[in-house]
Design a protein around this ligand. Sequence first.
Ligand SMILES: *Cc1c(COP(=O)(O)O)cnc(C)c1O
Ligand SMILES: [Zn+2]
Length: 427
Amino acid sequence: MPVQTIASTASVELGPAAALSCRECGERFDLGPIFACTSCFGPLEIAYELPQGDPEELRRRIEAGPESIWRYAPLLPVPADVAGKPNLNPGFTKLVKADNLARELGVTGELFVKDDSGNPTHSFKDRVVAIAVEAARAFGFTTLSCSSTGNLAGAVGAAAARAGLRSCVFIPHDLEQGKVVMAAVYGGQLVGIEGNYDAVNRFCSELIGDPLGEGWGFVNVNLRPYYAEGSKTLAYEICEQLGWRLPDQIVIPIASGSQLTKIDKGLQELIALGLVEDRPYKIFGAQAEGCSPVSAAFKAGHDVVRPVKPDTIAKSLAIGNPADGPYVLDIARRTGGAVEDVTDEQIVDAIKLLARTEGIFAETAGGVTVGVTRKLIEAGVLDPSLTTVVLNTGDGLKTLDAVAPTTGPTATIRPSLDAFRDAGLAL
Ligand SMILES: *Cc1c(COP(=O)(O)O)cnc(C)c1O
Ligand SMILES: [Zn+2]
């Protein structure tokens, strides 16, 4: 396994992060830019020394913090003074009470949309990148990089620009124009790879092992253990915004599955710290039918995920070989949730449903979660009488192609009242 250590990691100061630990065998390693266990090749994750003591005091400290993910700095692998450094201050996005959508879906309990399109580059990826930037700084990396299905490229480009780092990001060559432009505009290097995301990812793994990639922090590869922790902030925010209460059910999109597993980790931490009451919650995973390896494994009762070749309009979720797939299966089964998928047509319908009922224009990933929510309610799997949170992780302006063919002006007319009347437009 390639290991690059630019700065000495002995003095790494990343707040409550104590070590890296293997998710398979538990072996511990010093904090550094490594991501796989040298004994069993299992993925590494951050082990913490979390704040002990009075939950009330911690709750007050969080509530007095900045209106960004940095209010949770005591629970993240970041230096204590992180909020004062040049970064994009993502997070603390709206938790929208979606009463109109609830009515349409037959939800009698509370339904919320956690709307992460409100982040600086309009997707949830700003959360994970912000944490990775701190790790990159701590390890002395000078170039920020990633393999991306689109949103990550923009988030890395923007974060690097703000932090004063170089960036070079890699994407499949055939992404949506909105995502390509967004990834390029921040001025770093953007490289289109002739292949799908899984090919891009393989290429990046090679680059990490090569002198060409020296000094490069790949946020979702060699910085992955740090990056992944950013998703915990979704769990923290949802609970805080519910008045320090766990939701009963959460519907989360799955690409690599990292976000879903870390939301679960975040909820577990809040319970362990006494910040929320310890009671059951169910986690539901959502995929597009055209890239549904985790959903297929869940339905078949398998523990392993068989890779697929993605073919869906939900390109931000188009990872055919999801690294965290088996952990997602564990979590869905342990919590009594499920993993389900919807067709491209159902995704488009769901995007329009959310827009029409709540005024939220989601990207295709949001269409996936709303569509899966609808499907699971109809199937009697999701309980409509409980408190449910559905994630919208990105902005519809980046995936206009998905809805453009079936969405447009009601009419185009001459600028006259007669024309307006004749066209039957009076409401
Ligand atoms: C990256 C991404 C996700 C989730 O990705 P994971 O790899 O499963 O963590 C969800 N929605 C959008 C819009 C994304 O860009
Ligand atoms: Zn191991």
